[in-house]
Design a protein around this ligand. Structure first.
Ligand code: 4NP
Length: 153
């Protein structure tokens, strides 16, 4: 089983959506994989996803209402094989908790899957409007479809 972790800052906007999208892709492809998400910050521990992320998922047939925010912990390096971070700031924060090269090798910028070597951020939609969330949905979806394709091979 491949264990996938999606990570952003608050674990209420981008990474819960990424979790829901990746889960849908895993199911559609019939993969032996699981997915979870977490945030590098502690602000939203125990909270539901942002209503705008819930709405964005719902529009695309994905229910993320039962997810709850949690903070990234060092043990996530033991519990997951692939750790996808939403932006370069998350990347730095997650890597700062790595215990060695094996941990570091698990971490990748999500959009480098769909746009190799471009080091693009999934923009933080928290302070933006609805359209920000649809953009985020599309970017994440493209990368997750690619991850599922790669796992299938
Ligand atoms: P996320 O978005 O990292 O995609 O969950 C944010 C959520 C909350 C905050 C920042 C980003 N915040 O500052 O509380």
């Amino acid at each position: 089983m491949t264990r996938i972790l999606m990570v952003c800052l608050g674990n209420i906007c981008r990474s819960p959506l990424a979790e829901g999208i990746m889960r849908k892709n895993i199911e559609a492809a019939g993969l032996d994989a699981m997915v979870d998400s977490s945030g590098t910050a502690h602000f939203h521990i125990g909270q539901s996803p942002d209503p705008r992320s819930i709405e964005s998922g719902k529009k695309h047939g994905i229910d993320i209402t039962t997810l709850r925010g949690r903070q990234f912990v060092v043990a996530d390096y033991d519990n997951f094989d692939l750790i996808y971070v939403m932006d370069n700031s998350n990347y730095k924060n997650v890597l700062s908790l790595a215990r060695g090269e094996d941990d570091k090798a698990k971490v990748e910028l999500l959009l480098n899957v769909s746009n190799p070597d471009q080091f693009l951020d999934v923009p933080d939609p928290y302070f933006g409007g609805e359209q920000g969330f649809e953009n985020v949905y599309q970017m994440i979806n493209e990368a997750c479809a690619k991850i599922a394709d790669n796992l299938k091979k």
